[in-house]
Design a protein around this ligand. Structure first.
Ligand code: NAI
Length: 475
């Protein structure tokens, strides 16, 4: 006997669980199916973000940053630490506890919102009158029928050809977050978001880290003035970053990994490391979904084809998050999930892709929203730029963290803010004001005229806005 629902959400990551909650809030009878298992085989909803992405990486970034501060910066404050040591296994256990709090939090939210949760793998069986039949393979088999289906099955790490992930020597984000001992030498392929975050964690804990990046520019999608500043800081911290490389054969032994690579001058090199993290992007996940049973259209990358409203080629089937086009970011998935639930309920859900913020949680942090200076040039947009360094900010000096700057770009004629780019302390939090400003189509003058509390890092945003008109007060 099948169980009937108004909406079935496949996948319990940030796109899926948020869509399920929003649809339930709007009065729908909702099921969410997720197969992720915790170490005991129990449900672990939250997807990559909660289990092997955003949340655990932030836990380890925090722990490793404490260690780095105690070892290198407490002395500046007159604090002496003797016998400083680090227990990587305990750090990882704490991270696991943080993940579990989040898994349990989602299960609680499902109960609170009366979302029926099914632990297992969902796949399309067939189209039926007024909806779709979904099979759930878990501890028990279930047959569900939903009028509307939201697919939010996320993504998987992309492997390097010839070097499949074994999560012991060649690691994806999964293995990179689970090492219980610090490798002496750590190699990373790809200096994107994961490469820099994971490279930072393990360098702070004592690993000798080398990152091999294929592109000649560091963080090519980031405003290049900001990227250069970040690159300088990372190199000073001891991250070895090789740009413009070509990675060749990867040999995996019992004790280590050997990577053949060619440097930017075309010279053959070898990198011998204890562990190798491969962070060269992710691929949409439709494994086991049985999309072909209902004729759900995928593109050549395996992503589900959707329009601007997340509608697929099938009436009543929607897809959100990493499994569709656009940036693979948890908050983008959440916004799409909310918008789809609202559309199903007859409302007008909307996602503004122009104001999706990006954050890289290194130290200094990097955060941005809107267009970069190089994009504005390429688009032929006349703009004004204002920058303000944290070196001139009182709060940053008091914190002892003055690396970086805020950079604001505004339209030369209308003064509308077109982009804000930050490298420096708490950039992840500072960017929120800029997102709000851009969402309301504020001008740089608007920010410049808003009273910002003193002393705060956010005054640097106001000063960058003043700098657009060349009238900074503190620099
Ligand atoms: P990414 O797309 O950020 O970076 C991949 C890097 O690998 C690029 O710089 C690329 O040029 C390089 N690369 C690709 N193929 C290569 C090759 N064969 N040899 C050398 N270099 C190569 O992807 P990443 O870091 O794997 O992250 C995956 C996804 O997860 C991203 O979409 C990211 O947005 C998301 N994510 C977001 C986080 C955040 O918001 N803070 C944290 C971690 C991941």
């Amino acid at each position: 006997m099948s169980k009937q629902f108004d909406v079935i959400v496949i996948g319990g990551g940030p796109g899926g669980y948020i869509a399920a909650i929003r649809a339930a809030q709007l009065g729908k009878n909702v099921a969410c199916v997720d197969e992720w298992k915790n170490a005991k085989g129990g449900p672990a909803p939250g997807g990559t973000c909660t289990n092997t992405g955003c949340i655990p990486s932030k836990a380890l970034l925090q722990s490793s940053e404490h260690f780095e501060q105690a070892g290198h910066h407490f002395a500046d404050h007159g604090i002496t630490v003797k016998g400083l040591s680090m227990d990587a296994a305990k750090m990882v256990a704490r991270k696991d506890a943080v993940v579990k709090q989040n898994n349990d939090g989602i299960l609680y939210l499902f109960k609170k919102n009366k979302v029926s949760f099914f632990h297992g793998r969902a796949s399309f069986a067939k189209a039926v009158e007024g909806g779709y039949e979904i099979k759930v393979a878990g501890a028990t088999e279930e047959t569900l029928v939903g009028q509307q289906i939201i697919v939010a099955t996320g993504s998987n790490a992309r492997a390097l050809p010839g070097a499949p992930f074994d999560e012991s020597m060649v690691l994806s984000n999964d293995g990179a977050l689970a090492m219980t001992a610090v490798p002496k030498k750590l190699g990373l392929i790809g200096s994107g978001v994961i490469g820099l975050e994971m490279g930072s964690v393990w360098r702070r804990l004592g690993a000798e880290v080398t990152i091999l990046e294929g592109l000649p520019d560091f963080l090519g999608a980031v405003d290049q003035q900001i990227a250069k500043e970040a690159h300088k800081a990372f190199v000073k911290q001891g991250l070895k970053i090789e740009l413009g490389v070509k990675v060749g054969e990867v040999k995996v032994g019992k004790k280590g990994v050997s990577v053949a690579w060619t440097n930017v001058k075309g010279e053959a090199q070898t990198l011998d490391v204890d562990k190798l993290i491969v962070s060269i992007g992710r691929v949409p996940n439709t494994i086991g979904l049985n999309a072909e049973a209902v004729g759900l259209q995928l593109d050549e990358r395996g992503a589900i084809v959707v329009d601007g409203d997340c509608k697929t080629n099938l009436l009543g089937v929607w897809a959100v998050g990493d499994v569709v086009r656009g940036p693979m970011l948890a908050h983008k998935a959440e916004e799409e999930g909310v918008a789809v639930a609202e559309r199903i309920a007859g409302q007008h859900g909307h996602v503004n892709f122009n104001t999706v913020p990006w954050v890289i949680y290194t130290s200094p942090e990097i955060a941005w929203v809107g267009r970069t200076e190089q994009q504005l040039k390429a688009d032929g947009v006349a703009y004004k730029a204002g920058t303000f360094p944290f070196l001139a900010n009182g709060r940053a000096r008091a914190l002892g963290d003055t690396t970086g700057m805020v950079k604001m770009l505004a339209d030369a004629t209308t003064d509308e803010i077109l982009g804000v780019h930050i490298v420096g302390p708490m950039a992840s939090e500072l960017i929120a004001e800029c997102v709000v400003a851009m969402e309301f189509r504020a001008s740089s003058e608007d920010i410049a005229r808003v009273c910002h509390a003193h002393p705060t890092l956010s005054e640097s945003t106001k000063e960058a806005a003043l700098a657009v008109e060349k009238r900074t007060l503190n620099f």
